[in-house]
Ligand binder design. Structure first.
Ligand SMILES: [Zn+2]
Length: 258
């Protein structure tokens, strides 16, 4: 079989307001789960990307940003070099392009932040027009529910458009839970059409919003309550992270040909 390059093009670090993951840990785990590279796409900043460039990571790191628009929607810029100033969709797209970057639509139907979420009441014409302006779209985001990902089936995508699977990881141990397979290495400023995506085999029925299995979440919740009572919380928190990290290395990913 020809070598395939697996990328996770949507990952967060502690430069995002809602993430505590150190870049070193993110990269360490990305290597452990066999990724060829990741994109660091923090919320509204490229500071983490600048830090990573100083580190000199042993795998390919694509500088990215997940920009919040004035209506709350998110847009991802890959291969960006500077912060994005505008918050207006078409200006953000042209700013990313102006830097030689590539534009991705993340989790299009996610409530509150998806560009095509139902509350926005976008027309079919609007969606199709935006799709002509972008370079890729997430068809699977491991952070969101099976039913949310299924909504992607209701949209007609242009043939040329790369269809991506990503983790949207906010923890080091969730990196790689959604991946995109490319037959060629991604080079600067180029996002080739991909051949495959990889999703978790268990994601159909057991994932919830945070990407953790429901049973585990329930168990963790009760253990947390008891642990707080007996002041063992910091110790058990560490134990939980170790357990989930360990579990991630045994992850089974299913390859889907596109
Ligand atoms: Zn994200």
């Amino acid at each position: 079989m020809v070598k395939e390059f697996q990328y996770d093009l949507h990952c967060h670090s502690n430069f995002s307001f809602d993430c505590n993951t150190k870049i070193e840990d993110l990269i360490k785990n990305a290597i452990k789960v066999g990724l060829s590279g990741i994109a660091i796409t923090d919320h509204d900043t490229i500071e983490g990307v600048i830090e990573t460039q100083k580190l000199g990571a042993p795998i390919k790191i694509i500088p990215g940003i997940e920009k919040t628009l004035d209506d709350g929607s998110h847009i991802i810029g890959l291969f960006v070099k500077k912060e994005i100033k505008s918050k207006c969709l078409f200006e953000v797209i042209s700013e990313i392009r102006g830097q030689g970057g590539r534009v991705i639509i993340p989790h299009p139907f996610k409530e509150y932040t998806g560009l095509f979420r139902s509350e926005m009441k976008r027309t079919e014409e609007f969606k199709q027009y935006v799709l002509t302006l972008v370079d890729g779209i997430e068809i699977y985001n491991a952070k969101y529910s099976f039913s949310n990902n299924q909504l992607m089936k209701g949209i007609v995508l242009p043939n040329r458009l790369p269809r991506l699977a990503v983790s949207d990881s906010h923890y080091s141990f969730t990196v790689g839970r959604g991946r995109t397979g490319f037959s060629n290495e991604i080079t600067n400023n180029r996002l080739p059409k991909n051949d495959s995506i990889y999703i978790e085999t268990r994601s159909k029925s057991t994932s919830n919003q945070s990407g953790k299995p429901k049973k585990e979440m329930a168990m963790i919740k009760y253990v947390k309550i008891i642990a707080k009572m007996i002041r063992l919380y910091p110790f058990l928190k560490k134990l939980k992270i170790n357990y989930l990290e360990h579990k991630n290395y045994r992850l089974k990913m299913k390859r889907i040909e596109l």
